[in-house]
Design a protein around this ligand. Sequence first.
Ligand SMILES: *[C@@H]1O[C@H](CO)[C@@H](O)[C@H](O)[C@H]1NC(C)=O
Ligand SMILES: *[C@@H]1O[C@H](CO)[C@@H](O)[C@H](O)[C@H]1NC(C)=O
Ligand SMILES: *[C@@H]1O[C@H](CO)[C@@H](O)[C@H](O)[C@H]1NC(C)=O
Length: 466
Amino acid sequence: MIKTSRIVYLIFLIKLTISQIHHRRSDITLNTEKLNQLGSQGQLLLRHIALTTHSCGIAEVPRFRRKFLKHSSATCNDGSPSGYYIRKSHGSSKWIVFLEGGWYCFDQISCSERLRMMNDYMSSRSWPRHRKGSGILSWNPEDNPYYFRANMVIIPYCSSDSWSGTRNSSSKSRDTVSEFSFMGSLILEEVIKELLKKGLRNAKKMLLVGSSAGGTGVLINLDRVADQVRKRAPKVEVRGVVDAGWFLDNEPFKPSPCRDAYTCSPTVGISKGVEVWKPRLPEECVQKYPTEIWRCYFGHRVYPSIKTPVYIIQNLYDAAQIKVDNVFSGFGRSEMGSDQWSYLLRLGEEVKLSLKNASAVFASACVSHDILLKSEWHKMEISGENLAKSVYCWEESNYGDRDRRESRSSCKHQLLDSCPWPHCNCSCPKWRFHGTNEINQYFMKNLAKVMGIEPSKMENIHLCGY
Ligand SMILES: *[C@@H]1O[C@H](CO)[C@@H](O)[C@H](O)[C@H]1NC(C)=O
Ligand SMILES: *[C@@H]1O[C@H](CO)[C@@H](O)[C@H](O)[C@H]1NC(C)=O
Ligand SMILES: *[C@@H]1O[C@H](CO)[C@@H](O)[C@H](O)[C@H]1NC(C)=O
């Protein structure tokens, strides 16, 4: 059935594939340096090869399939079953388990509002049957050169508790949110239990990854998940990757009344949350802050208690941190005041300082929030070091594979931007400012003013080198 020309073409493709794609045990990664040398023609061809060989016999890109935890008592806020989305890849011994983010709620008002505005974050009733993966969950080797082939799981966030809670709605309590369950930590445990049965127990490595509140969830749960996996499958190595989940419990720029989840400062919001979520937090951290266990949701507080290797990705000027710190409370003012400006500069310094002890970190001086599910995640750079490559390199290091010839000593994973203001570095490319919300636009306009740049020209330049 196959024509001769096709066979010739196929042999050519296979040869090229072998020379350009590293075949490491059962996992394949793309050599992006060689890829760049090939130019655009070569890249297109290679992409085609990677897709065709790796989806061999599959007509379309497989999507993630929804699975409910039907017989589990760990439910979403509203009592509907929790669950996960899975896309298996039989040739790979790596698993990525991704925790979604999306803020939180902590009392009757904030949770009722959330139920109305963000129903899928509290209930599984209208979760779609299938989902697509993007960024580090993408099937496309061009967007995801190091992990496109891994087994992947998305656990949707439907507990509104930063993945920390164990609270059953039917448990007796006198607080005001008794109609809701907050079982984030239990949901994660139940999903891992099920994944172990579905092949995770035969894996070599599992990465627990999360963005925003999901990133905080990784910090809080990582050691317990690693223990849980180790008990059932001692050969699986567990590591964590935290994206935009390293928040500061600092003083906000301006205090604001705690009316809802978005205006309430995180220290106040989280401290209300721990009253109702019945959180499960790392024991060592709780012992350190017995009367303020809410501190354990903040990266630099909980980090010293974490034993499992974890990679921290955090913008020095995280957009969510800027929001909750209420820096732009004078929103509508036409100019950014020098007080706002110096607060921001200090924030960047504080975040950097808080990351000083982190052994694997990528902290760019950009105004942005989460990055891992964006297709640009593999283009981020600090001092010429690429984020995706750095994560991969770190994750592969000390793999316990002493036969590996390839040296990983070139692998840098303590990357902190050193330039002194928001978006100052050429490694903050334009796209990180584009498609942004009104806060960023306001911010950009003011930044231009401070820096003596005509705001209308901001669209076309990098904010670096000034
Ligand atoms: C929550 O409470 C219900 C009713 O008492 C019980 O059946 C269920 O097992 C509980 N779930 C958890 C996770 O404790
Ligand atoms: C870093 O670790 C040292 C020693 O454990 C500790 O004293 C210090 O407070 C830590 N710094 C930060 C910013 O967490
Ligand atoms: C960008 O940051 C790097 C270090 O992260 C520094 O070496 C470089 O000078 C910075 N560039 C600018 C334009 O500030």
